[in-house]
Each structure stands twice: as structure tokens, then as C-alpha cells.
Write a protein of this length. Structure first.
Length: 267
């Protein structure tokens, strides 16, 4: 009887251990923001070639906040964020490792007939003062605005850097995309749509990526960019995590980042 009780206690202890947090060897998931997702998946593919023994996954976006929550709780070991950590998050033991700067981009459905805007025109579009693309020399087509939630990293960067965006009030008739991919898909699917998000080269296929004040997002003078970073809980860095962190800062990863229109962070 005593042996049975001991066996039961051991079994329960093992269940508790395995459900209480992420376990090394159970797969390395890098969870969080949708910014730079395709670029990071390319980095992941290169990593998997060199480390076929590590079961790496870079799943769809749950937002920077979702990644922070997952790593903070121990549900996952590595996260990805597109905003700086708050003081309280740093104080809780999260470590922030920037790997790339990704320009913000404004893009439209090709039906708009517009390829460039001034920053003033962009403000007039998103405030609802311009409602038809013909007012900008484009098609006679109603403007369909796609915005992001207030906490979105790209929106925060635009508010901090794009002229006229700091106090911009969005037109009431706009769709709020809940993820970067949602914004991209809407702009691809809806005639007259305009949206914004992190720049990547695949945006150039099927969308019109706009020049703002004469500058393409990859130009040095383009003002807006988000920083993509990895996060983990202090004291949890194991061999699998360290291998991915090191690869994400390698020359091979830097080449992939540049191919996607990003700028590697070397420090």
C-alpha cells in the first residue's frame, strides 16, 4: 500500500512538473509579435538546417503582449516582441535582445492607382478628410481605412516619428486589424484599402508599398522603424535557446534580415 502511495505521489509530481511550464526538449517555440514574422521564419529555417536536433517552431502572431505573457508565466521559453520592455517587465526578470530594425510601411490595394503620398496627405487619409482616391490623382474609388489597435508597435512608432501622427485621430469609419497579417490580408483583398505594418519584401507582391515624402521604407531617410527583439526569463537560458539566440545574431541571419529589407542590430 505504501509503495502504491509513493508511486502515485511521484506520478503526480511529474504531471505537475510537465504542466507547470515549458520543458526543454519539448520543442522550442518562439512566440509573440507578427512584425517580421516571415523574416524570422526564414531565420528559423536556416537555424534548423544547422540544428536538426532542435524542434523549432515560430507560430503565428499572438502580439508582443502575448509573447511577454507566455515567457513571463513560464509557458514558453523564448518570445519575440516589437516594442521595448516596460520597467515592470524588466524588473520581473525579462531579458531583451534586439536583432533587427524593421521599417514601417504604408501599403494599399493596387486598385487605388497611388504609389506615393506626402506625410500631410497620409494624415488627411487616416483622419477622414480625404475619402476618395481620385482626390490624390488615383482611381475613383472610396478609401477603405485599415488601422491597428492603440498598443500596436507599428502604430506607436508612426505616432512617434511620422509627421502629424502624434495626435492623429482616426476616422470613425475604419477597420481595426488585430494582427499584422490581418492588416496585410485586408489590404490585399479589399479594393481601395490602405493599411500599415512592418516592411518586408513580400509586401511588394500583391500590394502597393507607398513612398512617403519621396522615400521608400528601405531608404535611409524614411523615418519609421520598429525593433524586433527576442526575450527570455533571466536564469532560464538553456542550450537550445542559446543556440537560436546566437544564430539570430550570426552573419547568416544578418544576410536574411537584409534580404527582407531589415537592418541587423549588431550589439
Amino acid at each position: 500500500m505504501r509503495r502504491s502511495i509513493v508511486g502515485l505521489a511521484v506520478s503526480l509530481g511529474m504531471v505537475f512538473f510537465h504542466t507547470g511550464g515549458a520543458v526543454a526538449g519539448a520543442g522550442l517555440n518562439v512566440v509573440g509579435t507578427g512584425d517580421g514574422l516571415e523574416m524570422l521564419r526564414e531565420i528559423g529555417d536556416g537555424f534548423s538546417v544547422e540544428h536538426p536536433d532542435i524542434d523549432l517552431s515560430i507560430p503565428p502572431s499572438i502580439g508582443s503582449g502575448g509573447g511577454i505573457a507566455a515567457v513571463s508565466s513560464g509557458a514558453e521559453r523564448l518570445g519575440r516582441v516589437a516594442r521595448p520592455l516596460k520597467e515592470s517587465e524588466v524588473a520581473s526578470g525579462l531579458v531583451y535582445l534586439p536583432i533587427a530594425k524593421i521599417p514601417s510601411a504604408v501599403f494599399t490595394h493596387p486598385s487605388t492607382g497611388v504609389s506615393a503620398l506626402s506625410s500631410e496627405e497620409l494624415v488627411k487619409l487616416y483622419s477622414g478628410k480625404i475619402t476618395n482616391w481620385s482626390e490624390l490623382g488615383g482611381a475613383d474609388l472610396r478609401v477603405k481605412l485599415v488601422r491597428r489597435e492603440d498598443a500596436d508597435s507599428t502604430l506607436q512608432v508612426l505616432r512617434g516619428s511620422m509627421p502629424g501622427w502624434k495626435d492623429l485621430k482616426f476616422a470613425p469609419r475604419s477597420k481595426t486589424a488585430v494582427t499584422t497579417q490581418d492588416a496585410i490580408n485586408t489590404a490585399m483583398d479589399v479594393e481601395g484599402a490602405i493599411a500599415f505594418g512592418p516592411y518586408s519584401q513580400p509586401l511588394e507582391t500583391g500590394l502597393s508599398v507607398l513612398k512617403i515624402d519621396g522615400h521608400h521604407p528601405t531608404d535611409e531617410a524614411y523615418p519609421s522603424a520598429v525593433t524586433l527583439a527576442l526575450i527570455y526569463k533571466e536564469g532560464t537560458l538553456d542550450g537550445e535557446m542559446e543556440a537560436f539566440v546566437d544564430f539570430s545574431r550570426s552573419d547568416k541571419a544578418h544576410a536574411l534580415i537584409e534580404n527582407y529589407g531589415g537592418v541587423p542590430v549588431t550589439k
